[in-house]
Write a protein that binds this ligand. Sequence first.
Ligand code: DHB
Ligand code: FE
Length: 288
Amino acid sequence: MARISASVYTSHVPAIGAAIDHGKTGEPYWQPVFAGYDFSKQWMKDNKPDVIFLVYNDHATAFSLEMIPTFAIGTAAEFKPADEGYGARPVPTVIGHPELASHIAQSVIQDDFDLTIVNKMDVDHGLTVPLSLMCGEPPADNFAWPCPVIPFAVNVVQYPVPSGRRCFMLGQAIRRAVESYDEPLKVQIWGTGGMSHQLQGPRAGLINAEWDNRFLDRLIADPAELSQMPHIEYVREAGSEGIELVMWLIARGAMADVAGGKPPVLKHRFFHVPASNTAVGHLILENA
Ligand code: DHB
Ligand code: FE
């Protein structure tokens, strides 16, 4: 049977992608951000998954006001990096896992969560920046991400957005789906976006480092309690784009302790302000 080996949580700031793509990671502004991922890149090499189930949000790139799926699972064989207005990032095409993705869609929909099935989709910085942070720059002679990736897009851009509680329950359904797949795959689940940031209106530039760190504490130790937090508290305390953090509860809900297993092992924790307009947070939790 497939199993979830670990969960990864990270912010997805587009300027981080631009810094990588333009060779600026060593600059004084960026160096402390990338230093927080040195451990993670080595950890990825030492703990290479067979598949990454990557929970992220599209930023009106693949979707628009014409179509707003709350939860969308990518079942295609591949997903191209999107042109977000300044050309596509020079990163590898994302190779999907149609068989596992279709199985998860079947299982999760029969488990009462309505997913939109997406067979064609470009992926924006919400997905490619976390891959770059965790995997580094792929070598020219093997220009590929280390493994297949199932993109799972969550609407946190256009209201109404899903509650943290529903995201946490969905994570539990995803875990059941993975564990009922008849092949011994090692699957990582990633929750991305956040932390506190607001890109618009009178509060643009808002960062709340104290609240962010409390969020990390609670996500590690008591995610069930954290999942009860209403969306308005994210917006009030972490800014309008801080709502991206509900996606972290999907990944956390898929960990073994939520289903009565052992608490996860905290392998890495990192927090840094600022990166562009955003507080950067990052965790790695392994199933014991
Ligand atoms: C920024 C952060 C985001 O999450 C995003 O999607 C776009 C921009 C920023 O910090 O500039
Ligand atoms: Fe974003």
